[in-house]
Design a protein around this ligand. Sequence first.
Ligand code: URA
Length: 243
Amino acid sequence: MILVVIFGGNYKMTNSRGLNVVVEEVKNYLCFLAENGCTGFDCKKKSLETIECWGRDRAFIPETLEKIRADIGDCRCCKLSNSRKNIVFGAGSPKASLVFVGEGPGFEEDKTGEPFVGAAGKLLTKIIQAIKLAREQVYICNIIKCRPPGNRNPEPDEIKACFPFLERQIATLKPDFICALGTFAAQILLDTKEPISKLRGRFHDYKGIKLLPTYHPAYLLRSPDKKKDVWEDMKKLMNEMEK
Ligand code: URA
C-alpha cells in the first residue's frame, strides 16, 4: 500500500529550513517509489518541480524589524546578557533613509531599552535637528545591543554574537546613508583598523550604502573643539542627501 502525504492549504511551518527538509523528503520518497516500479501516483518531472516550488513559496517569510526583534528574544548569546537590564534593539523610522550606528548602550539606554537617551544621546538629538531632521525620521541603533559592564569596550565574542542582528536590521531598513558614530562603529562596519580621525569626513561603502563616519557624541562632550569637524561632516551628509 502506498501512503501519499498531501499538504493541505493550511500547512503551518514557522521554520523555513524545516519546511524545505520536509519537501525534499517527500520529493525523494516519490522518486524512490517511482524508481522501484510503484505506480498509481504522479511522479513526473514537472510535478516534482511543482513540489519544490511549494517549499520555496511557503518558506518565504519577509524579513521585518519585528521578526528580527522576535528572533533576538531574551538573547543569551553572550555574557553581556548576565548583566544587562534591557536589550537595546534600535529605534526610529523603519522607512529611514539615514541610520545612525553607535557603539553600544550605556547606563541610561540599559535602563530604558532606548538607544542614545543619555547625555551623548541628547547631543545626538541636537546633531540630527541641525541637519533638519527629527529623531523619529531616522533610525538609531548600535553595534551591540547590551551594555558592557562599566561601559567597557565590547569584546570580540560579544560583537560576533550581536553584529549579525545589526546586519539584518540594516538589510531590512535599506537606508541610503549610514552615519557611523565613533571609532568602534566605523571600524566594525568597515572592517578596518584605521582610526576615526582618518576615516571621518568622507563617504565609504557599506554593502552599497554610503557610510559616513564621524566622531561619537560622547567624545564631543569630552572634546568640544571637535564639534566643528562633526558639523563639517554633517554638511557633507546633508548635501549628499539632497542630491
Ligand atoms: N553610546 C552609544 O554608542 N550608544 C548609545 O546608545 C548610547 C551611548
